[in-house]
Write a new protein. Structure first.
Length: 184
């Protein structure tokens, strides 16, 4: 079983799988197609990704892929914690340019579902943080896009000082939302 909590933007959800604990440790089914379908989430994942960030303050994002390789993402943290963000980049949406953030951590045992049509990013809040996420389409370099993590038109309140962030050159050079190729 999984507890499903809407996060305020259509389709962006916090998911909390049940954990069964005893003196040996715990067991948890972190993804089950039947449980997800019963919760109204009918996705077909095709790839699992795993990232490790050595330092707190590593910011990855805001990333997305354009159709036909647009991805839904189901993300969880297996060590450490992140502040995870989803930004609505569907021009026809009433919430275009709006964002929602959630702390996802190994301790909280929660996950975030970020649907296609949203840019996604996270910043690590602890050293040696490991993130695992499932996606519904394979990586396609020619469909890969990004938006500046600090675009003032979006106004994300990242919970870490800008001076302490570590970003890739690609993320530093990402365009603002107004200049980005996004969804209709």
């Amino acid at each position: 079983m999984v507890e499903v909590k809407p996060l305020g933007l259509a389709g962006v959800l916090e998911l909390v799988p049940r954990r069964h604990s005893d003196d040996r440790g715990f067991f948890s089914e972190t993804y089950g197609a039947t449980d997800f379908r019963n919760a109204g989430i009918d996705l077909s994942f095709v790839q699992d990704n795993h990232s490790m960030s050595r330092a707190a303050g590593v910011l990855r994002g805001l990333h997305y892929q354009l159709p036909p390789f647009a991805q839904d993402k189901l993300l969880r943290v297996v060590r450490g914690r992140v502040y995870d963000v989803a930004v609505d980049i569907r021009r026809s949406s009433a919430t275009f340019g709006k964002w929602v953030g959630l702390e996802v951590s190994a301790d909280r045992w929660n996950q975030i579902l970020v649907p296609r049509g949203f840019a996604h990013g996270f910043v690590t809040l602890e050293p040696d943080t490991e993130v695992i996420y499932k996606v519904t389409a394979p990586y396609s370099p020619s469909h890969d896009r990004g938006i500046r993590f600090d675009d003032p038109a979006i106004g994300i309140a990242w919970p870490i000082d800008r001076a302490t962030l570590t970003l890739s050159a690609k993320d530093e050079a990402a365009p603002l939302l107004a200049a980005a190729e996004v969804f209709d």
